[in-house]
Design a protein around this ligand. Structure first.
Ligand SMILES: [Zn+2]
Length: 440
């Protein structure tokens, strides 16, 4: 919705002023990082979850900052100073008024629209069921189904047709256990610090499990608040406000295919039926990460064995490189100062400092001219060719150069590996990447 239609009076800000007032803030709906100041209310206490019992208690409630900004990408409005820790959800119920005539009419129509899309014996999960009224109405309209609610602060079960669980919904656990046909989330997303991540997580977990559940999402919509210049909507507990545009942008980014978008209650609500179908690429990246994770754990075991063997061999060893990747290698594999006391570096600026974590003194590479070693271990494999050249130029003697590769220490000069940048290999690499260039 266009802010130009807000009807707010006052001088129109110019572009220079806008540029100077942009703020860095990550949008909960789309993940964009630049926002513009939208509404700075006076500092106010909690408006709906404080429940003060006396006038003086009410007047002495702590003031909290209202720094509402608007995402410059999707138009979402959110309080950039919001701190979830200030909102006592666990102590105080978030009472939602559900009984007005218009509201009841919307809920009835909504139930019908949901039931129409369900199979004969559906499994339905509601995340954040509250007083369970909506789930109860759904189950009454679809008696053959199974209805499970998740809400750590939800009501206890009265309706025996419902399974009400007073816990958080965990996609990794509960999607596999229940394989729901439909997941309902009403008036939850606007309370989350990361609603986009919440849907992405469910969509990806479902894709991993090989099914594509339907999801019904409903949130308050501020399109009309923007059109009419309303400010009362923006109080502390309501830190995140969807426009129709930001709601749709979040769904687009979440791995959900929009089936139906609608508004209710005189456009004060926006809802959507979406099919969760995360792209195969996301699942593949997950598999790739896990494979790397397993290989890295195995590699750690092999590397510790080889380091122990190197130490036991009695050879004099120098480790070339004492910061960055080399320090990470020494720490990760426990190459301690007792077993591997000698660390050298080509960079004079690092000399005299110590290896972070393991504590070896970093000496200049020329130390090796007077104190020769048999083996030089170079943790930063990709620099090994340059370091070997440097050792030859400086007449630094060595028998073996070792590099870590796929979880083992290997002989750099006499084993095949991807860090061999001899001229023939360089030519082959060029040929591979750019045939025209190698012809020249
Ligand atoms: Zn945004």
């Amino acid at each position: 919705m266009d802010t130009a239609k807000s009807g707010a009076a006052g001088a129109k800000p110019n572009a220079v002023e806008l540029a100077s007032r942009l703020v860095s803030a990550t949008c909960p709906a789309c993940g964009h990082h630049v926002a513009a100041p939208f509404y700075s209310g006076r500092r106010q206490p909690l408006a709906t979850l404080g429940w003060p019992r006396t006038a003086s208690e009410a007047k002495s409630m702590p003031d909290l900052p209202l720094d509402f900004v608007r995402c410059t990408s999707c138009g979402h409005v959110f309080n950039s100073s919001f701190d979830y820790g200030q909102v006592p959800y666990s102590k105080m119920p978030n009472l939602m008024f559900n009984r007005g005539t218009l509201w009841s009419g919307f809920l009835r129509a909504c139930c019908q629209e949901i039931v129409r899309r369900l199979p004969a014996k559906p499994t339905v999960v509601e995340i954040g069921y509250g007083d369970a009224g909506f789930l109860s109405a759904l189950s009454a309209a679809c008696p053959a189904g199974r209805f499970i609610g998740f809400d750590p602060h939800g009501a206890a079960a009265e309706d025996t047709r419902l399974e009400l669980r007073q816990e958080l919904f965990d996609p990794c656990v509960h999607l596999g256990e229940l394989r729901p046909d439909l997941i309902v989330s009403r008036h939850v997303l606007e309370h989350l610090t990361d609603p986009l991540g919440f849907i992405q997580h469910i969509a990806l977990a479902a894709a991993c499990l090989g099914f594509r559940p339907l999801m019904y999402l409903e949130v308050p919509c501020i399109d009309r608040a923007l059109e009419t210049g309303r400010t009362e909507d923006f109080y502390y507990e309501h830190n995140s406000h969807f426009t129709t545009g930001s709601f749709c942008r979040m769904l687009e980014a979440s791995g959900a295919r929009l089936e139906t978008l609608g508004h209710g209650y005189d456009r004060e609500l926006v809802y959507a039926f979406v099919r969760l179908e995360a792209r195969a690429e996301l699942v593949q990246h997950g598999f790739d990460a896990l494979a790397f994770n397993v290989a890295a754990a195995d590699a750690g075991v092999g590397m510790r064995e080889d380091l122990a063997q190197l130490c036991a061999s009695g050879k004099r060893v120098a480790i070339w490189g004492g910061t960055g990747k080399s320090a990470a290698f020494l720490c990760a594999h426990g190459a301690d100062a007792d077993r591997f006391p000698l660390v050298v570096d080509s960079d004079a600026a690092k000399v005299g400092t110590h290896v972070p974590g393991t504590g070896q003194l970093i000496r200049f590479r020329d130390w090796l001219k007077q104190h020769p070693v048999e083996a030089v271990l170079i943790p930063a494999q990709w620099r090994a060719a340059d370091i070997v050249r440097e050792m030859r130029e400086q007449s630094i003697a060595f028998e073996t150069v070792l590099i870590p590769h796929r979880g083992r220490l290997i002989d750099f000069l006499n084993t095949s590996h991807p860090y061999d940048v001899s001229l023939s290999n360089l030519a082959r690499a060029l040929e591979c990447r750019c045939p025209e260039l190698s012809e020249v």
